[in-house]
Design a binder for this molecule. Structure first.
Ligand SMILES: CCCCCCCCCCCCCCCCCCCCCC(=O)SCCNC(=O)CCNC(=O)[C@H](O)C(C)(C)COP(=O)(O)OP(=O)(O)OC[C@H]1O[C@@H](n2cnc3c(N)ncnc32)[C@H](O)[C@@H]1OP(=O)(O)O
Ligand SMILES: NC(=O)C1=CN([C@@H]2O[C@H](COP(=O)(O)OP(=O)(O)OC[C@H]3O[C@@H](n4cnc5c(N)ncnc54)[C@H](OP(=O)(O)O)[C@@H]3O)[C@@H](O)[C@H]2O)C=CC1
Length: 515
C-alpha cells in the first residue's frame, strides 16, 4: 500500500493554478491515486467567457481525466471550484467560501503564477509575490493545515551558475517592492525594472525569487516546502505519455519547427536542455506534501526538480530527435519543410532570420495579396522571432542544480511509493520521451488526426518540389542578370556552354560508332 496515497485519503486539499498545465496533472494524479480524498478546492477565475463550472467541466471532459473518471466516477462532486482572482484583495473570495477554506483545508499546493516573460513588474509582483504573501496569511489562519507546498522555478536564481537547494536573498526586500509599487506610476516602474531585475533576464524569474523570500519570511510555524522545477514538458508516463496542452516552454518551438516556420535558432547545441516531465514534477510535489506534513522538517526545505545533473540531454540532441520524429510523423499543412540550424553566432542568426524566416514570410504574404487574401505571415513570423529571442537566454547556457533534498526524499520513500510516485529522472529515455512529446503536441495540443499523416507527407513532398523549383528559378534569374552586366560572367557562360556542346557531340559521335 502506498503511504503517500493513503496520506491524501480523507484530506481537503486547496490548489491554486489548478486550471494550468501543472495544476491539471496534479489534480488528476491526486484523484487517481487517492480517490477517497475528501475534496479538492480550486481557486478559479472565469475566463474567456466561461463560468467556473464550465471551466471545471471542460477539464474533467478532457482526455487527461479519462482514467480518473473510470476509477472515481463521482470526481465532479469532489472538486469544489471557488471564485477567486489572485489579483484582488483577499482574492475576491466570498465570506462563506473563505470560512470554509479556513476551517477545512489540510494541504495547500500553490501553483498559480504568471509565467509570461514579458509581464510588467507590477503584474508579476502582484501575482507571484503579493498573492503568495496573501495566501500564506490565509494559511496561517487554518487550524487544520498540515503542509503548504509552494511551486517556484529552478530559474528563480538563474543569475547564478551553481544553484543549491537554499533560498537566496534578493538585494531589495519583497515588502519594499510591494510597498513602492503601490505609489509609483507605471512609467517609473518600467524605467526602474531593468535595475531591479539586475542580471536576471525577465520579471518572471525575478518575481519568483521574491516569492521564495516571502515564503521564507512568512512561514511562521507552518510546515512549508518549495519545489523548483526546471522547464516543464509533456508527461513521461502518466496518465499516458506525451500529454501537453499549452505552448509554453519547448512546446511552442516544437510546433514552430514542425510547421516549418522556425528553421534556425540561436542555441548552443551542447548546452543542457533541462526539461522535466510534468508527471515527474507532480510525483515529487505529492511526495513532498506527504513528507512535509508527516516528518515536519524544522526549516523550509527546497527541492530541485531538474534533470541535468542526473540524466542530461542537450539542445542539439533534442532538436535532432524532434526533427527525426517529424520525418516519420509530420504536422499537417506545414508552411515549409522542417529543418533545424543551430548557431551561436549573432551575425549568422541575423542572416538566417532574414533569409530563412522573414523573406519566405514576405513572399508568402505577397502571394496571399495576389490571391485576394489577407496577409498574415509576416506578423506571425515577427511574433515568433520575438518569442524565440525571449527564450534564447535559456538555450544558450547551462546551470548546475544540486539535488540533495530531492535524493534524500527518494531514499525516504517505500519501494511502493518509489514506484507509484516515481520522480527518478535517471530512468528517463530521452529519445523515447522526445518522440512521445512531439506526438503529444500533434495529438493533444494541435488536435491533429493520425489518419492525416499520409496527406501531410504528400504535402511535404510538394513543398520540397516547390523549394527545388523556386531555387532553380532564382538561380537562373540571378545568372541571367549577371550575364547581362558582366563580361567575365559572359565568358564563363560561353565556356560552360561550349564545353557542354563539345561533350555532347563527342558522346553522340562515339555512340554512333559503336552501332
Ligand atoms: C531551428 C529549429 C529548432 C528545432 C527544434 C525545436 C525543439 C527543440 C528546442 C526547444 C527549445 C525550447 C526552449 C524553451 C526554453 C524555455 C525556458 C523556460 C525557462 C523557465 C521555465 C519556467 O520557470 S516558466 C514557464 C515557462 N514560461 C514560458 O514558457 C512562457 C514564455 N512565453 C511568454 O512569455 C509569451 O508567450 C511571450 C514569449 C512573451 C510571447 O507572448 P505573445 O503575446 O506574443 O504570445 P502569447 O503567449 O500570448 O500566444 C501567442 C499565440 O498563441 C496562442 N496560444 C496561447 N496559448 C495557447 C494554447 N494553450 N494553445 C493554443 N494556442 C495558444 C495565443 O492565443 C496567441 O494566438 P493569437 O495570436 O491568435 O492570439
Ligand atoms: N511550465 C513551466 O515550464 C514551469 C512552471 N513552473 C511553475 O509552475 C507553476 C505552474 O505553472 P504552469 O502550470 O506551467 O502555468 P500555467 O500558465 O499553465 O498556469 C498558471 C495558473 O495560474 C492561474 N492564474 C494566473 N493568474 C491568476 C489569477 N489572477 N487568479 C487566479 N488564478 C490565476 C491560471 O489560471 P487561468 O487558467 O485562469 O489563467 C493557471 O491556472 C507556476 O508557479 C510556475 O512558475 C516552474 C518551472 C517551469
Amino acid at each position: 500500500m502506498s503511504m503517500i496515497a493513503a496520506f491524501y485519503g480523507g484530506k481537503s486539499i486547496l490548489i491554486t493554478g489548478a486550471t494550468g498545465f501543472l495544476g491539471k496533472v496534479l489534480m488528476e494524479k491526486l484523484f487517481r491515486t487517492s480517490p477517497d480524498l475528501k475534496v479538492i478546492y480550486i481557486l478559479v477565475r472565469p475566463k474567456a467567457g466561461q463560468t467556473l463550472q464550465q471551466r471545471v467541466f471542460q477539464i474533467l471532459n478532457s482526455k487527461l481525466f479519462e482514467k480518473v473518471k473510470e476509477l472515481c466516477p463521482n470526481v465532479h462532486e469532489k472538486i469544489r471550484a471557488i471564485y477567486a482572482d489572485l489579483n484582488q484583495n483577499d482574492f475576491g473570495i466570498s465570506k462563506e467560501d473563505m470560512q470554509e477554506l479556513l476551517s477545512c483545508t489540510n494541504i495547500i499546493f500553490h501553483c498559480a503564477a504568471t509565467v509570461r516573460f514579458d509581464d510588467t513588474l507590477r503584474h508579476a509582483v502582484q501575482l507571484n509575490v503579493t498573492a503568495t504573501q496573501q495566501l500564506l496569511l490565509m494559511a496561517s489562519q487554518m487550524p487544520k493545515l498540515e503542509a503548504f507546498i509552494h511551486i517556484s522555478t529552478a530559474f528563480s536564481n538563474c543569475n547564478l551558475k551553481h544553484i543549491d537547494e537554499v533560498i537566496y536573498p534578493c538585494p531589495v526586500e519583497p515588502k519594499k517592492i510591494i510597498d513602492s509599487l503601490e505609489w509609483l506610476d507605471d512609467a517609473i516602474i518600467d524605467e526602474i525594472t531593468p535595475k531591479l531585475i539586475g542580471d536576471r533576464p525577465n520579471t518572471y524569474t525575478y518575481t519568483k525569487a521574491l516569492g521564495e523570500m516571502v515564503v521564507q519570511q512568512e512561514s511562521g510555524n507552518m510546515n512549508i516546502a518549495i519545489i523548483r522545477p526546471s522547464i516543464v514538458g509533456a508527461t513521461w508516463q502518466e496518465p499516458f505519455p506525451g500529454w501537453v496542452d499549452n505552448i509554453n516552454g519547448p512546446s511552442g518551438l516544437i510546433i514552430a519547427a514542425g510547421k516549418g516556420f522556425l528553421r534556425a535558432i540561436k542555441a548552443t547545441p551542447m548546452a543542457v536542455a533541462d526539461v522535466i516531465p510534468v508527471d515527474t514534477v507532480v510525483n515529487l510535489t505529492l511526495a513532498v506534501g506527504w513528507y512535509t506534513a508527516v516528518h515536519r522538517p524544522k526549516s523550509t526545505l527546497v527541492y530541485h526538480c531538474t534533470s541535468g545533473n542526473l540524466n542530461p540531454c542537450n539542445w542539439g540532441k533534442m532538436g535532432f530527435q524532434v526533427l527525426a520524429t517529424f520525418e516519420k510523423i509530420p504536422l499537417e499543412r506545414a508552411f515549409r519543410r522542417p529543418y533545424a540550424n543551430f548557431t551561436t553566432n549573432n551575425f549568422t542568426t541575423q542572416y538566417r532570420n532574414a533569409v530563412s524566416h522573414r523573406a519566405p514570410a514576405i513572399i508568402y504574404d505577397f502571394y496571399l495579396r495576389l490571391t485576394g487574401r489577407k496577409p498574415r505571415m509576416t506578423k506571425l513570423m515577427n511574433r515568433l522571432l520575438r518569442t524565440v529571442s525571449m527564450l534564447e537566454y535559456f538555450i544558450n547556457r547551462s546551470w548546475e542544480w544540486s539535488t540533495y533534498n530531492t535524493e534524500m526524499l527518494m531514499s525516504e520513500l517505500s519501494p511502493e511509493d518509489q514506484r507509484v510516485f516515481n520522480f527518478d529522472v535517471r530512468q528517463l529515455n530521452w529519445l523515447e520521451y522526445i518522440e512521445n512529446y512531439v506526438l503529444g503536441v500533434k495529438k493533444y495540443l494541435l488536435k491533429e488526426d493520425m489518419a492525416g499523416i499520409p496527406e501531410a507527407k504528400q504535402h511535404l513532398k510538394r513543398l520540397r518540389n516547390i523549394h527545388y523549383l523556386f531555387n532553380t528559378a532564382l538561380f537562373l534569374i540571378a545568372w541571367r542578370l549577371l550575364i547581362a552586366r558582366s563580361q567575365m560572367a559572359r565568358n564563363v557562360w560561353f565556356f560552360i556552354v561550349s564545353f557542354c556542346y563539345k561533350f555532347l557531340s563527342y558522346f553522340r559521335a562515339s555512340s554512333t560508332l559503336k552501332v
